[in-house]
Design a protein around this ligand. Structure first.
Ligand code: NAP
Length: 275
């Protein structure tokens, strides 16, 4: 196999059509990487189209999209250096109001698609004796957020999966890292599915969602996260995890260790639910 040009990586980014994925794809292409994107919508975005080396249109909840995406990159490039599992969505609502169908749909994208993409990329990366996998978690993957409990559960799953995969893949030269953003302004807020309209939790959910949406609306710019992704791709060794977002949120998560779980969850409840 042809030796790859120093520094120039072949990257596959899921969720490349919006938010972090789009900003990351553009930033990586701007520094010279060959970037392939995955998304469901038609690519009617001239800036993105010009930056991408290729676009794989498909729903990651369907079982063959992950393998097809990796195969399309390999067919052109003969290798895959970096996989960024970014595509994801959320549910806003009480856990009691979140039925199996809603939970399964969320887990299918936020967890099973991540696992399928990792499994599709690993044989290539192991053969190359090198590769990086960056999985998008969230601060919601470090704390069970009220009225985003299903989302938190899906990101906790990504956390555990990624830590174990980091250990298993290391002997083959494949590195795995987690990125844990706080609140950012992206398409995530609008695409979040709301469940439990009219239930006993209505007033509490509305209050929590107003807080969540306000924080996201005044959150950081996705370009900030993209700059971090560019740095991580360039690094010789990936950190296990890297938090990104507002200082307040990061202090809160670090503070959990100091204040203990009971006080931490009490403060979380007060913050989102006001009671
Ligand atoms: N925004 C935040 O505050 C925040 C905070 C922490 C973590 N995160 C995480 O960051 C990641 C990116 O989110 P974002 O904020 O950038 O949201 P976003 O703007 O809504 O982007 C989500 C991306 O996922 C793609 N996608 C959604 N469903 C898909 C499916 N079934 N198959 C294929 N692609 C699909 C969307 O593309 P199409 O619509 O074209 O399918 C879109 O490109 C997610 O994993 C999210 O959990 C976000």
């Amino acid at each position: 196999m042809e030796k790859h040009a120093e520094g120039r990586q072949v990257v596959l980014v899921t969720g490349a059509t919006s938010g972090f994925g789009r900003a990351t794809a553009l930033a990586l292409a701007a520094v010279g990487h060959r970037v392939y994107g995955v998304g469901r919508r038609a690519l009617e975005d001239p800036t993105l189209e010009a930056a991408l080396a290729g676009y794989i249109r498909g729903d990651l909840c369907l079982p063959d999209t992950a393998e097809r995406a990796v195969a399309e990159v390999l067919a052109v490039e003969g290798r895959l250096d970096v996989l960024i599992n970014d595509a994801g969505s959320g549910i806003g609502g009480a856990l009691e109001d979140t039925d199996d169908e809603a939970l399964r749909r969320l887990m299918e994208l936020n967890f099973f698609a991540v696992a399928r993409l990792c499994r599709a990329a690993l044989p290539v990366m192991r053969r190359q004796r090198g590769g990086k996998i960056l999985n998008l978690s969230s601060l919601g993957g470090l704390a069970g957020l009220p009225f985003q409990g299903a989302y938190s559960a899906s990101k906790y799953a990504v956390e555990g999966y990624s830590e174990a995969l980091r250990c298993e893949a290391a002997p083959f030269g494949v590195q795995v890292g987690l990125v844990e953003p706080g609140d950012f302004r992206t398409g995530f807020t609008a695409s979040r599915r709301i469940v439990g309209e009219g239930s006993d939790y209505d007033a509490l959910r509305r209050r929590a969602m107003a807080r969540i949406e306000k924080d996201e609306g005044s959150g950081s710019d996705p370009e900030r996260l993209a700059a971090l992704m560019v740095k991580l791709v360039a690094r010789k060794r990936l950190p296990v995890r890297r938090a990104a977002g507002g200082l307040g949120q990061r202090i809160l998560v670090k503070g959990r260790r100091l204040m203990g779980d009971r006080l931490f969850l009490f403060l979380l409840r007060r913050y989102y639910m006001g009671c």
